[in-house]
Design a protein around this ligand. Sequence first.
Ligand code: HEC
Length: 198
Amino acid sequence: MLRGLILGILLTVIVAAGSGYLILRSGIIPANADAKPGSLERFIAGMSLRATLRNEAPKIRNPVPLTDAKLIAGIKLYRKHCLICHGTAAGDAAPSAIGRGENPGAPQLASKGVEDDPEGWTFWKIAHGIRWTGMPSWKDVLTDSQIWTLTLFLKHMDRLPPGPEAAWRATTADGAVGAPTFSQGSSVVKSEGTTGKP
Ligand code: HEC
């Protein structure tokens, strides 16, 4: 009786593994980036992300103070590392080419921002990236302080004070800048140390 049960379980596992292998080999599962993920895949990925965020995202307050200088430092980091996928202040009106070509697409943050999310969640997403998507992990490139600075900007993106707002509106994909706050060289970014960990 017990032997039969064990044999049955073994056989089921072997058949399931064999079917999985054959399905993969047949090419039924799309490997192309222009195939929209199905609703089951999206549901599973979303549930996994939310559960991970609940367990792992830091619960502390953003240690970077809310000042114009820090917001502008965040905008500079964003322009250097994020704008290529997440777009400019134009948002959905002029989505970035890479953002459009990804599946799931990179949200154009000026239109679909994360202002309502807890800052710890945004910090975690930037630090670790998001599995099964084109969102990279930045923890080996940016310091924690730089990631919190980016988080500060994303949290306040829809209600920036006049100086940072002008800098943000003037930020373009090719790095062109028009606001006075941006024409003072790259001192803000340098003081944040964008070239790696201090
Ligand atoms: C190569 C493209 C790419 C780059 C570069 C990139 N991201 Fe992303 N990002 C994505 C994609 C794609 C998603 C959507 C993931 C998903 O659907 O869950 C995403 C999601 C996010 C989210 C979550 C949005 C939400 O609605 O929950 C945040 C926050 C974010 N990125 C911030 C950043 C920051 C900050 C940078 C720069 C340091 C950055 N990303 C660079 C592709 C990119």
